[in-house]
Design a protein around this ligand. Structure first.
Ligand code: FES
Length: 152
């Protein structure tokens, strides 16, 4: 049965009325029109659907929308403010840390969360934090360089 779910989305108080068991990813893309968050595997294996709940990465394909009630959720659409790219977005651009771009939103959200929790992670810390976000174009070294650049 549908319920009202209240949460904060990219800084704005938001309410959706839906089946509480639906994946957050579906609600973001289909109900709220935020298609920057991508569907990859639907099984919590690829990270394309990564969003932040607070500063923690969540795989939105495996997160029932009921789990975000009362919580702050951020998506890629919430990062750029007043026409300025977020420093992590800028770093990905400068390091050319994407090819097809399908994984990029998830990579960036995971990176933002990491740098909020640890502003100067070492290489092992970056690798550990990014584990779970897959890039089929194999751009991992550029992605790691972008995270380092954003941390600098
Ligand atoms: Fe969610 Fe792959 S689509 S982890």
């Amino acid at each position: 049965m549908a319920q009202d779910i209240h949460f904060t989305l990219n800084g704005d108080p938001t309410t959706v009325r839906t089946d509480p068991g639906r994946p957050l990813l579906d609600v973001l893309r289909e109900d709220l029109g935020l298609t920057g968050t991508k569907y990859g595997c639907g099984e919590g294996q690829c990270g394309a659907c990564s969003v932040l709940i607070g500063s923690e990465r969540a795989f939105s394909c495996r997160t029932p929308v009921s789990a975000i009630a009362g919580k702050p959720v951020r998506t890629i659409e919430g990062l750029a403010a007043k026409g300025e790219l977020h420093p992590v977005q800028q770093a990905f651009l400068e390091e050319q840390a994407f090819q097809c771009g399908y994984c990029t939103a998830g990579m960036i959200m995971t990176s933002v969360g990491l740098l909020e929790r640890d502003s100067s992670p070492d290489e092992a810390g970056i690798t550990a934090a990014m584990n779970g976000n897959l890039c089929r174009c194999c751009g991992y070294s550029e992605i790691r360089d972008a995270v380092k650049r954003a941390a600098a």
